[in-house]
Write a protein that binds this ligand. Structure first.
Ligand code: GRF
Length: 192
Protein backbone atom coordinates (compact mmCIF):
# COMPACT_ATOMS: atom_id res chain seq x y z
CA UNK A 1 0.00 0.00 0.00
CA UNK A 2 1.58 3.27 -1.17
CA UNK A 3 1.30 6.44 0.89
CA UNK A 4 0.18 9.69 -0.74
CA UNK A 5 0.66 13.21 0.64
CA UNK A 6 -1.59 15.90 -0.81
CA UNK A 7 -0.29 19.48 -0.74
CA UNK A 8 -3.06 22.07 -1.15
CA UNK A 9 -3.63 25.74 -0.40
CA UNK A 10 -7.30 26.15 -1.22
CA UNK A 11 -10.78 24.74 -1.05
CA UNK A 12 -9.57 21.23 -1.75
CA UNK A 13 -12.20 19.89 -4.11
CA UNK A 14 -9.55 17.82 -5.92
CA UNK A 15 -8.15 16.66 -2.59
CA UNK A 16 -11.63 15.47 -1.60
CA UNK A 17 -11.99 13.44 -4.82
CA UNK A 18 -8.56 11.90 -4.36
CA UNK A 19 -9.19 11.03 -0.69
CA UNK A 20 -12.54 9.45 -1.58
CA UNK A 21 -11.09 7.52 -4.52
CA UNK A 22 -8.35 5.98 -2.40
CA UNK A 23 -10.70 5.00 0.42
CA UNK A 24 -11.66 2.02 -1.73
CA UNK A 25 -8.27 1.34 -3.29
CA UNK A 26 -5.82 -1.40 -2.52
CA UNK A 27 -3.05 0.51 -4.34
CA UNK A 28 -2.64 3.47 -2.05
CA UNK A 29 -4.16 5.79 0.51
CA UNK A 30 -3.88 9.44 1.42
CA UNK A 31 -1.71 9.40 4.53
CA UNK A 32 -1.12 13.14 4.99
CA UNK A 33 -2.47 16.52 3.90
CA UNK A 34 -0.08 19.48 3.93
CA UNK A 35 -1.24 23.08 3.63
CA UNK A 36 0.41 26.48 3.89
CA UNK A 37 -2.88 28.20 4.82
CA UNK A 38 -4.42 27.66 8.24
CA UNK A 39 -7.96 28.39 7.01
CA UNK A 40 -7.74 26.27 3.84
CA UNK A 41 -10.88 24.20 3.26
CA UNK A 42 -8.70 21.19 2.52
CA UNK A 43 -7.78 20.96 6.22
CA UNK A 44 -11.45 20.46 7.18
CA UNK A 45 -11.84 17.83 4.48
CA UNK A 46 -8.81 15.95 5.80
CA UNK A 47 -10.07 16.16 9.38
CA UNK A 48 -13.47 14.81 8.33
CA UNK A 49 -11.69 11.78 6.89
CA UNK A 50 -9.37 11.34 9.91
CA UNK A 51 -6.33 12.14 7.78
CA UNK A 52 -3.43 13.82 9.62
CA UNK A 53 -2.60 17.35 8.52
CA UNK A 54 0.52 19.48 8.68
CA UNK A 55 0.42 23.26 8.44
CA UNK A 56 3.68 24.34 6.89
CA UNK A 57 5.39 27.71 7.26
CA UNK A 58 7.49 29.30 4.56
CA UNK A 59 10.58 28.90 6.77
CA UNK A 60 9.95 25.17 7.24
CA UNK A 61 9.39 24.70 3.53
CA UNK A 62 12.25 26.71 2.11
CA UNK A 63 14.86 26.91 4.91
CA UNK A 64 14.72 24.24 7.63
CA UNK A 65 13.54 21.45 5.29
CA UNK A 66 11.32 20.27 8.16
CA UNK A 67 8.92 18.85 5.57
CA UNK A 68 11.43 16.08 4.72
CA UNK A 69 11.18 14.75 8.28
CA UNK A 70 7.38 14.83 8.18
CA UNK A 71 7.24 13.04 4.81
CA UNK A 72 9.62 10.42 6.15
CA UNK A 73 7.56 9.98 9.31
CA UNK A 74 4.44 9.20 7.23
CA UNK A 75 6.46 7.05 4.78
CA UNK A 76 5.24 9.08 1.79
CA UNK A 77 5.79 7.58 -1.67
CA UNK A 78 4.08 10.20 -3.84
CA UNK A 79 3.40 13.91 -3.37
CA UNK A 80 0.28 15.19 -5.08
CA UNK A 81 -0.03 18.96 -5.55
CA UNK A 82 -3.67 19.97 -5.76
CA UNK A 83 -3.93 23.73 -5.85
CA UNK A 84 -0.69 24.27 -3.89
CA UNK A 85 0.56 27.73 -4.78
CA UNK A 86 4.18 27.66 -3.57
CA UNK A 87 6.98 26.71 -5.94
CA UNK A 88 8.49 23.37 -4.89
CA UNK A 89 12.12 23.86 -3.79
CA UNK A 90 14.95 21.96 -5.44
CA UNK A 91 15.85 19.85 -2.40
CA UNK A 92 12.32 18.39 -2.36
CA UNK A 93 12.33 17.64 -6.10
CA UNK A 94 15.64 15.83 -5.58
CA UNK A 95 14.33 13.87 -2.59
CA UNK A 96 11.24 12.76 -4.58
CA UNK A 97 12.45 12.33 -8.18
CA UNK A 98 9.45 11.88 -10.52
CA UNK A 99 7.35 11.45 -7.43
CA UNK A 100 5.79 14.91 -7.25
CA UNK A 101 2.81 15.46 -9.50
CA UNK A 102 0.85 18.64 -10.22
CA UNK A 103 -2.38 19.45 -12.02
CA UNK A 104 -2.82 22.58 -14.11
CA UNK A 105 -6.25 23.78 -15.30
CA UNK A 106 -5.27 24.35 -18.96
CA UNK A 107 -3.44 22.68 -21.82
CA UNK A 108 0.23 23.32 -21.07
CA UNK A 109 2.46 24.74 -22.40
CA UNK A 110 -0.36 27.19 -23.11
CA UNK A 111 -1.62 29.36 -20.25
CA UNK A 112 0.96 28.29 -17.67
CA UNK A 113 3.80 29.83 -15.69
CA UNK A 114 4.08 32.26 -12.81
CA UNK A 115 0.81 34.05 -12.00
CA UNK A 116 -1.21 31.61 -14.07
CA UNK A 117 -3.46 30.05 -11.47
CA UNK A 118 -7.16 29.94 -10.65
CA UNK A 119 -9.34 32.46 -12.46
CA UNK A 120 -6.33 34.04 -14.20
CA UNK A 121 -5.95 30.93 -16.32
CA UNK A 122 -9.56 30.79 -17.49
CA UNK A 123 -9.68 34.57 -18.12
CA UNK A 124 -6.61 34.21 -20.36
CA UNK A 125 -8.13 31.24 -22.20
CA UNK A 126 -11.28 33.30 -22.80
CA UNK A 127 -9.32 36.38 -23.91
CA UNK A 128 -7.39 34.25 -26.41
CA UNK A 129 -10.63 33.01 -27.94
CA UNK A 130 -9.55 29.40 -27.49
CA UNK A 131 -11.86 26.75 -28.93
CA UNK A 132 -10.82 24.22 -26.32
CA UNK A 133 -9.24 24.01 -22.91
CA UNK A 134 -8.51 21.10 -20.61
CA UNK A 135 -6.22 19.79 -17.93
CA UNK A 136 -2.54 18.90 -17.72
CA UNK A 137 -1.15 16.49 -15.14
CA UNK A 138 2.63 16.75 -15.02
CA UNK A 139 5.68 16.11 -12.88
CA UNK A 140 6.70 19.11 -10.80
CA UNK A 141 10.11 20.62 -11.30
CA UNK A 142 11.74 23.82 -10.05
CA UNK A 143 9.79 26.03 -12.46
CA UNK A 144 6.09 26.78 -12.54
CA UNK A 145 4.12 24.38 -14.77
CA UNK A 146 7.18 23.17 -16.68
CA UNK A 147 7.78 19.51 -15.73
CA UNK A 148 7.25 16.57 -18.07
CA UNK A 149 3.63 16.03 -19.04
CA UNK A 150 1.98 12.80 -17.89
CA UNK A 151 -1.60 13.23 -19.07
CA UNK A 152 -3.79 15.77 -20.88
CA UNK A 153 -7.43 15.81 -21.88
CA UNK A 154 -9.58 18.49 -23.42
CA UNK A 155 -13.04 20.05 -23.29
CA UNK A 156 -14.71 21.99 -26.07
CA UNK A 157 -15.46 25.65 -25.45
CA UNK A 158 -18.42 27.53 -26.89
CA UNK A 159 -18.05 31.12 -28.04
CA UNK A 160 -20.22 32.46 -25.23
CA UNK A 161 -18.59 30.42 -22.44
CA UNK A 162 -17.61 32.81 -19.64
CA UNK A 163 -14.41 32.23 -17.61
CA UNK A 164 -16.66 30.78 -14.87
CA UNK A 165 -18.19 28.28 -17.27
CA UNK A 166 -14.72 27.34 -18.56
CA UNK A 167 -13.60 26.87 -14.94
CA UNK A 168 -16.50 24.51 -14.26
CA UNK A 169 -15.83 22.42 -17.38
CA UNK A 170 -12.14 22.14 -16.50
CA UNK A 171 -12.75 21.33 -12.82
CA UNK A 172 -15.08 18.49 -13.83
CA UNK A 173 -12.22 17.01 -15.90
CA UNK A 174 -9.82 17.38 -12.97
CA UNK A 175 -12.19 15.54 -10.62
CA UNK A 176 -12.75 12.77 -13.15
CA UNK A 177 -9.14 12.15 -14.11
CA UNK A 178 -6.71 13.20 -11.35
CA UNK A 179 -7.49 10.29 -8.95
CA UNK A 180 -7.24 7.73 -11.78
CA UNK A 181 -3.96 9.10 -13.09
CA UNK A 182 -2.51 9.09 -9.56
CA UNK A 183 -3.57 5.47 -9.14
CA UNK A 184 -1.86 4.53 -12.41
CA UNK A 185 1.27 6.37 -11.26
CA UNK A 186 1.29 4.30 -8.08
CA UNK A 187 0.95 1.19 -10.23
CA UNK A 188 3.95 2.46 -12.20
CA UNK A 189 2.00 2.76 -15.45
CA UNK A 190 3.65 6.17 -15.88
CA UNK A 191 7.37 5.83 -15.24
CA UNK A 192 8.33 9.38 -16.16
C1 GRF B 1 -7.39 23.36 -9.58
O1 GRF B 1 -8.02 24.02 -10.63
C2 GRF B 1 -6.01 22.96 -10.01
O2 GRF B 1 -5.88 22.77 -11.37
C3 GRF B 1 -5.17 24.12 -9.61
O3 GRF B 1 -5.76 24.60 -8.43
C4 GRF B 1 -7.14 24.28 -8.40
C5 GRF B 1 -7.44 23.65 -7.09
O4 GRF B 1 -8.81 23.55 -6.86
N1 GRF B 1 -3.80 23.73 -9.54
P1 GRF B 1 -9.35 22.78 -5.60
O5 GRF B 1 -8.77 23.45 -4.35
O6 GRF B 1 -8.92 21.35 -5.71
O7 GRF B 1 -10.83 22.94 -5.66
Amino acid sequence: MKHIAIFASGSGSNARKIIEHFQDSTTGRVALVVSNKKDAGVLDIAAAHQIPTFLISRADFYDSKEILKILDEYRIDLIVLAGFLWLVPGYLIQAFPKKIVNIHPALLPLFGGKGMYGGHVHAAVKAAGAKESGITIHFANEHYDAGDIIFQTTCTLEEDDTPDIIARKVLALEHEHYPKVIEKMLMRVYKG
